[in-house]
Design a protein around this ligand. Structure first.
Ligand code: FE
Length: 351
């Protein structure tokens, strides 16, 4: 019976959760080896394992992690009260707010999290917390676009950029969050004008990931793209694919909207699962991830911006300069996500 049940669990896990690698969590709560906490993570092992190992060394709390690329919300819904998950780790504000809206997270009252994380980067009901930020940057070919030629996202709708811009799908969460922020600041009509203007200037049908847009700049397909900041770091230091260092070297890095609302940022973040069985350990883990030590690791390992003030940026990230970020509460960005995807359809952005 035990074996059958176990097999069934694995089958469900793989079907529903789209597992890339997997550690099956053991019993809840205390084990022979001490206390534990179970994590469902969309964030990748190379980043998360060192952080969790450091947490275990510091606290003695063992961390079990299920890594996945999709299906987290559906799995938590299916597991309900029987879930073994205590903590979720993910990127993107829309994913965190979807978990909250599905009633899968719980409120956490923590002085440490309140002190370390700025208010606009955490949920007003304390159900999710940002752990890092990433700027959605404009990058341009440094020889073809002069310094100061692009100051705002809105400048990309100008006639001079016709046929010169590349982006990934308008429906990718990173872009949806940017469009949502424009709706939140300027309203739906202005956001539509922006999106149709941007679409009119695209060099090709939206395709590929953020790095593929930089490759296209390098290859002369376009001169301007919109990408997340940490990809610059990943390309600049990519020893496995050294051609990406050349792509990076061709770029001028632009922080848009410095003279007004600031550059749009998205987040990676975490929450405590509603039916967590190891709640205290879950809160301890979140507090650790918001600590100086963990924040420094995020900054160094993945070229992200720490959310905690005073934590040093990596040298490479610092080389792009400091900037003013858009401090509109991210809950307001998430609230406009549906309107944003409707606009993408309306202007035919991806076609
Ligand atoms: Fe990414």
């Amino acid at each position: 019976m035990m074996i059958i049940a176990f097999r069934r669990t694995i089958a469900v896990v793989i079907a529903v959760f789209g597992i890339s690698s997997l550690v099956i969590a053991g019993e809840h709560g205390k084990t022979k080896g001490g206390v534990m906490v179970n994590v469902y993570s969309y964030r990748q092992p190379f980043l998360i394992r060192p952080l969790m190992d450091a947490f275990t060394r510091k606290t003695g709390i063992k961390v079990n992690i299920v890594f996945a690329k999709k299906g987290m919300l559906e799995r938590l819904q299916a597991e309900g009260e029987n879930t073994s998950a205590d903590v979720v780790l993910t990127v993107d504000i829309s994913r965190l707010s979807a978990l909250k809206n599905a009633g899968l997270l719980q409120s956490v009252q923590s002085d440490v999290l309140h002190k370390n994380i700025p208010a606009h980067l955490r949920d007003e009901d304390n159900q999710w917390f940002a752990l890092t930020t990433r700027a959605r940057l404009v990058v341009a070919h440094k020889d073809k676009v002069k310094e100061g030629e692009i100051a705002n996202y809105e400048d990309l709708t100008g006639d001079k950029w016709k046929g010169r811009i590349c982006t990934r799908s308008g429906k990718h969460p990173y872009n949806v969050a940017l469009w949502s922020s424009i709706i939140a600041h300027k309203g739906n009509a202005e956001a539509e004008k922006f999106l149709s203007g941007l679409k009119a200037n695209l060099a090709r049908k939206p395709q590929g990931n953020d790095r593929a847009q930089v490759k296209a700049i390098f290859e002369g397909v376009c001169d301007v793209a919109i990408i997340n900041s940490y990809y610059l770091g990943k390309m600049a230091t990519n020893d496995k694919k050294p051609e990406q260092k050349k792509w990076y070297s061709a770029l001028r890095v632009i922080f848009p909207n410095q003279g007004n609302r600031g550059t749009h940022v998205n987040i990676s973040g975490a929450g405590v699962v509603k039916h967590s069985k190891n709640r205290d350990n879950a809160v301890k883990l979140l507090e650790y991830l918001a600590s100086d030590e963990a924040q420094k690791m995020y900054a160094e390992v993945n070229h992200e911006y720490p959310i905690k003030a005073g934590v040093k940026w990596s040298d490479l990230v610092a080389s792009w300069g400091s900037f003013k970020m858009d401090t509109l509460p991210l809950s307001k960005v998430a609230a406009n996500a549906r309107k944003a995807t409707q606009l993408v359809d309306k202007v035919g952005y991806d076609h």
